[in-house]
Design a protein around this ligand. Structure first.
Ligand code: IVH
Length: 698
């Protein structure tokens, strides 16, 4: 089907709508993963919100097309591993968005309509709301038991988050009170963890001094610090807190949101001081402008104003729809923009050979941050926007992502500019740079001969979430590579103090520390090791899946070699692993059968002990020991994958329904088996119920 992404919602045919919903679901899921699992957003909040809005509008027009796994039914991403899981007593949801004043009007009107009885009287009470800044950080839930702080957890998927108590304990008592006087027995305080702009800039200076990549914005700084597995690292990255709501409370502490804010402040939780009570929409909009005016001078980042119905009894009656409360909305600020001159377009070559164009700009302040570089995404984007070197361009910083070029201003274009000719060869190694028909990215075909790819792989290997070699920054890797000290991964383990003595920036102590850091990584768990190899599409999550499936290095390697033949049982097994599709499988196999890679790996495993990963304790799942039957079409995973997953969870998968069947999992267009299951009175699950079980513990 042709591109459906540009068709007006009102004009979509049902077939186009179906295709478009599918496309949106995939795109939103990819952005969710980038944001929640990699702390590396790939689009601005505004662009993301637009995708969700489009999804919602199409679903509203075609309710029959709503899928069980629609983005409108999901919040965020499942918790990453490494931290214990924490179940929230009250779910942590997100907020709907308003962009225009009319959206705020509509919000207030819909509330009045919903609270019909209260507003149909002769003297309706004012619809009082609290307007508060929307802090651009990470939401947090703080549990207090008998007034004592016992647990802090991230949002995760809204019901289960990560237990980050140890990291939160690095906040001083003045920021996060440890004891609350006269508190309910059990209380969840909700708020936002953030990093100030100043602390963020200092952190980036430190990272850059260590030769590491700077972070895009304070929120990423806060996310990184909060999710450190080592609280000592968090301690060096100062986090702060604002509290603005409650989750579960065993007894009420106030009747209004305003009352809650006051109680939180009295307990010693930090507050912005910018919250106000408003009696009508005009007042809300005044507060929106007031907070917007204060924005640039605040020591922290905000991205909008949240309006919340003040009366808690009304909040309760209004309730929730899908993933957000009906009683609150986030009125977003427009992204910050500025104009500047495009000096040059440079091309970066990434670890997997992707050529990324980068705009080199005349430095300009955008919303309080100095911007000198911006992403141009890919060659189509440059052509579509006709961006030329020398142009005056509009730069946008959306608070949360690396700055972007929105447009060029051709009316200010100097004479003699040319459309940008995207290189067809790698600027580093000169190999042809090619593009697959279905991809926007051009890639260097040089593979292992391309020094840019090799260096990027080495940087990736030593990075925090991979081999985690402390004290070896990106610039050092480049320098060591250039001098021939570090050419392949195994060279890292052959470095000696003598190699470094006399090098600039390497005093005795830093040499000793680096040697100790390397020694500390002569043993590595399989998943980290695998992630560190930098294989295309093998991020942390996939590395974990593979490690858990194959258990140890030798089994993994022999399985990958055996999977070289696409028809082999080993390949079938690989593809059947939940979330490993045919493309990932092909990338993996290609990596492992490449002779040069085999040599590099042999040398590396001679130097490092790869620790096996314990097979997951066959977690008792709702289907363990049960006989299940799948029928109808499943949308989220193929039948083979579903079967493998069910079996991995200890179920027996049967082909036909009988009295011995325990559970029948019914996809769309299910036929006689579903009918029979109903006749027999068997337990029937729809796909979303199945997915919950399938995805738990994976
Ligand atoms: S109230 C039921 N108040 O925005 C929702 N949230 O997009 C309760 N946020 O997950 C949230 N400042 O992390 C609320 N003053 C504020 C906020 C705020 C920032 C975040 C929060 C939430 C997200 C929703």
């Amino acid at each position: 089907m042709a591109d459906t992404s540009t068709i007006d919602v009102e004009r979509l045919t049902i077939f186009e709508a179906e295709a478009e919903l599918k496309r949106l679901a995939a795109e939103i899921a990819a952005h969710d993963r980038a944001y929640h699992e990699q702390d590396a957003p790939t689009v601005s909040d505004a662009a993301y919100d637009r995708l969700r809005l489009r999804n919602e509008r199409i679903e509203k027009r075609f309710p029959s097309l709503v899928q069980a796994d629609s983005p409108s039914r999901r919040v965020g991403a499942a918790p990453a591993s490494g931290f214990a899981k924490h179940s929230h007593r009250a779910p942590m949801l997100s907020l709907g968005n308003a962009f225009e004043e009319e959206d705020v009007e509509a919000f207030a009107t819909s509330i009045r309509t919903f609270l019909e009885r209260d507003f149909a009287v002769a003297n309706p009470p004012p619809l009082t709301m609290v307007a508060e800044p929307k802090i651009d950080g990470l939401s947090i839930s703080l549990t207090y038991e008998n007034g004592r702080f016992t647990r802090g957890a991230t949002r995760g998927d809204g019901s289960v988050g990560e237990d980050v108590t140890a990291n939160l304990m690095t906040l001083p008592d003045t920021e996060l009170p440890r004891r609350l006087a006269d508190a309910p027995e059990l209380l969840e305080v909700r708020g936002e963890i953030y990093m100030t702009r100043t602390d963020f800039l200092a952190l980036n200076d430190q990272l850059q001094a260590a030769g590491e990549k700077p972070l895009a914005n304070p929120r990423n700084g806060a996310a990184g610090a909060l999710r450190q597995l080592d609280p000592d690292v968090t301690r060096r990255r100062p986090l702060r807190l604002f509290a603005y709501a409650l989750g579960h409370s065993s007894s009420p502490i106030a009747d209004t949101q305003w009352g809650i804010l006051q109680r939180l402040a009295a307990w010693g939780f930090p507050a912005t001081g910018l919250a106000r009570r408003c009696d009508d929409v005009a007042d809300l909009l005044t507060q929106y402008r007031r907070i917007g005016d204060a924005r640039a001078d605040l020591p922290y980042e905000i991205d909008g104003v949240v309006y919340k119905v003040d009366r808690l009894d009304w909040q309760e009656r209004l309730g929730f729809v899908a993933r957000s409360p009906r009683w609150a909305i986030a009125h977003k600020f427009p992204a910050e923009q500025a104009r500047t001159r495009l000096r040059a377009i440079t091309i970066q070559v990434g670890r997997t050979g992707a050529l990324t164009p980068v705009a080199e700009l005349e430095p300009i302040g955008v919303g309080g941050v100095l911007v000198q570089r911006a992403t141009l995404h890919n060659e189509d984007e440059i052509a579509r926007k006709d961006i030329r070197v020398g142009d005056l361009v509009i730069v946008q910083r959306a608070g949360d992502v690396i700055p972007q070029i929105v447009a060029s201003l051709p009316e200010h274009r100097p004479e003699g500019t040319e459309p940008f000719a995207f290189p067809t060869h790698c600027p580093v190694c000169g190999s042809a740079a090619t593009r697959d028909a279905d991809e926007a990215v051009r890639r260097c075909s040089g593979g292992l001969v391309c020094s840019a790819q090799t260096v990027e792989r080495l940087k990736h290997m030593v990075s925090r979430d991979a081999f985690d070699i402390d004290g070896l920054g990106q610039q050092s890797i480049e320098a060591f590579f250039a001098d021939g000290l570090l050419k392949t991964p195994a060279d890292l383990y052959r470095l000696t103090p003598a190699d470094l003595t006399g090098r600039e920036g390497w005093a005795e102590l830093s040499i000793r520390n680096l040697m100790a850091a390397i020694d500390a990584r002569r043993e590595l768990p399989l998943d980290r090791f695998l992630f560190g190899l930098g294989i295309r599409r093998i991020g942390e999550a996939n590395a974990k899946l593979l490690a858990r499936h194959y258990g140890d290095w030798d089994s993994l390697v022999s399985a990958m070699t055996a999977a070289a033949d696409p028809a082999s049982p080993a390949r079938q097994e690989l593809v059947a692993i939940n979330r490993i599709g045919p493309n990932i499988a092909a990338d993996l196999v290609a990596f492992f059968i490449e002779p040069h890679n085999q040599a590099v790996l042999a040398a590396l495993v001679a130097a490092v002990r790869v620790l096996p990963v314990a097979a997951p304790v066959a977690a008792a799942s709702a289907i363990t020991g049960k006989t299940v039957v799948f029928t109808g079409e499943l949308t989220a995973m193929g039948r083979r994958e579903a079967k493998a997953r069910a079996e991995a969870l200890g179920a027996k998968v049967a082909g036909s329904v009988s009295a011995k069947t325990d559970i029948v999992i019914v996809g769309s267009d299910a036929g006689s088996k579903a009918v029979k299951a109903r006749e027999l009175g068997l337990t029937i699950w729809d796909e979303s119920q199945w997915l919950q079980v399938a995805q738990a513990g994976s």
